[in-house]
Design a protein around this ligand. Sequence first.
Ligand SMILES: CC(C)(COP(=O)(O)OP(=O)(O)OC[C@H]1O[C@@H](n2cnc3c(N)ncnc32)[C@H](O)[C@@H]1OP(=O)(O)O)[C@@H](O)C(=O)NCCC(=O)NCCS
Length: 194
Amino acid sequence: MSQVADKIALVVQDDPAKIAVARQVRIKLALTPTERAEARQLRRDVFCTEQGIFRDDDTDAIDAIALPIVALLEDSNGSQEAVGTVRIHESEPGIWHGSRLAVAQHARRIGSVGSGLIKLAVSTAHAHGCHAFLAQVQSQNVPLFRRLHWHSLSELDIHGRPHHLMQADLDFYPPISDGDIGFVLARNGTRGEP
Ligand SMILES: CC(C)(COP(=O)(O)OP(=O)(O)OC[C@H]1O[C@@H](n2cnc3c(N)ncnc32)[C@H](O)[C@@H]1OP(=O)(O)O)[C@@H](O)C(=O)NCCC(=O)NCCS
């Protein structure tokens, strides 16, 4: 079992059966109805219940055109649980955006799930001809994005919260065109086994 899976297993240590089968976190495009539904539920948990930015549902017009990405905690018995999500979309030729980045509370800061989602988001857009990848980042997350080779373009107030408009350095995000399979997080949060 990888170190990442060990750390993930620690968060379910109250359930010995779950520890025994916990295996890995896979980052991939959310293609199945179940993956998409779990990603949307996770967004509601984070942006409605936890942060209170939206009342009941954070769905908007971008969801009709965006590609959703999901982080799946995969067990050896074949069961899966969505523990993270983000979405990407192209607003004009070559200009891509990431939004609604969310990781389940029990999966944060233990296995670089958020960093893995950002990697597949930017690298998938790069494979689709992205020239500029942008995101409106909540200010408390700016250090994380800076470490992942993003820079701040301006400061904004969105939904009454301070944000930075940030841009990814595409040199650090080589194109990934097999997002349907995605990748398994390695111990340092980089792309692991396909
Ligand atoms: C922001 C968010 C997506 C980050 O998800 P995450 O899975 O915790 O992200 P990572 O693990 O890749 O990195 C988060 C931090 O954990 C650290 N970390 C990563 N792997 C680690 C590990 N194995 N051990 C200890 N720390 C680790 C990272 O260095 C980073 O440090 P920082 O907090 O000082 O920046 C998550 O906190 C979240 O969903 N927050 C609520 C919603 C939100 O703010 N969305 C983003 C809007 S812009």
